[in-house]
Design a protein around this ligand. Structure first.
Ligand SMILES: [Zn+2]
Length: 260
């Protein structure tokens, strides 16, 4: 993970008053030295959420949520630490220097972005196949489930094709090296068959991260194949413990739970 120098992080905190930042999303009322409001992290009718201008901290007496302005933005927006720092720096008009990365971190992040590009290309491939003659039974399946073309498009649904290496050949033709396709979780590799498509004759559901980037797929088989549902394996961009389908759409909904 990229790191910012401590002085920069201090400046970001100092130039974003916690009462202003929280006050822009939670209605706060002054009472003595502190401000109080309804906690954005749990459901309540009386304000047990307090913000201290002196300490530049917040604390909820109801659910125990607490921290500084950066942790508030992380929790409220579901941002990572660097994302929250970036957000607050932009808000205060601070020019962030490039985050410092070691050569290994730089190499890893450039590999990760190739993997993400590969997943995006795969999503385009699957989407186009859905509207090809081959994808007709997949499209019929989705329409019979009541999905409109608009929904299909906005979730980027697709169809994986029936050949053994259609996606792999397509991705190779787009210039992705085999190790990137493999790291994206889009193929199976065996001595007997070489590199073949992981997803075969399936309706495809892209799994997105909070920034609306494709990080994996779920696929439902058409017909009697097994397993009925197949997901991407865990990869360097898809951590199953931290992502779930529809998280990107649910991110700002402020609901305490997600329907999956
Ligand atoms: Zn609370």
């Amino acid at each position: 993970m990229p790191r910012y120098r401590d002085e920069i992080i201090d400046e970001v905190r100092l130039r974003n008053d916690i009462v202003d930042v929280i006050g822009s999303v939670v209605k706060l009322k002054r009472s003595g030295a502190n401000y109080f409001g309804l906690c954005p992290f749990h459901n309540e009718k009386t304000g047990s959420f307090s913000v201290s201008p002196d300490k530049q901290m917040y604390y909820c007496f109801g659910c125990g949520a607490g921290g500084n302005v950066i942790s508030f933005v992380m929790d409220y927006e579901n941002y990572s630490f660097p994302e929250a720092v970036k957000y607050l720096a932009d808000r205060a008009g601070i020019n962030l220097p490039e985050a410092e990365e070691t050569p290994e971190e730089r190499q890893l992040s450039s590999f990760k972005s190739k993997v993400m590009e590969c997943l995006k290309s795969a999503a385009v491939f699957y989407y186009k196949r859905l509207y090809s003659p081959e994808g007709k039974h997949g499209l019929d399946y989705l329409r019979n489930r009541g999905l409109t073309d608009e929904t299909i498009k906005s979730f980027g649904l697709g169809y994986s094709g029936k050949g053994y290496d259609q996606a792999v050949s397509y991705l190779r033709s787009k210039g992705f090296p085999d190790k990137v396709i493999d790291a994206a979780g889009l193929c199976n590799i065996s001595e007997k068959h070489g590199m073949t498509d992981r997803f075969f004759n399936r309706v495809m559901f892209p799994i997105m991260d909070i920034n609306n980037k494709v990080i994996g797929f779920g696929g439902r088989v058409m017909g009697d194949g097994e397993p009925k549902y197949l997901n991407s394996p865990e990869t360097i961009v898809f951590d199953k413990s931290h992502n779930m389908y529809g998280l990107n759409a649910a991110r700002r909904s402020r609901k305490p739970y997600l329907i999956v």
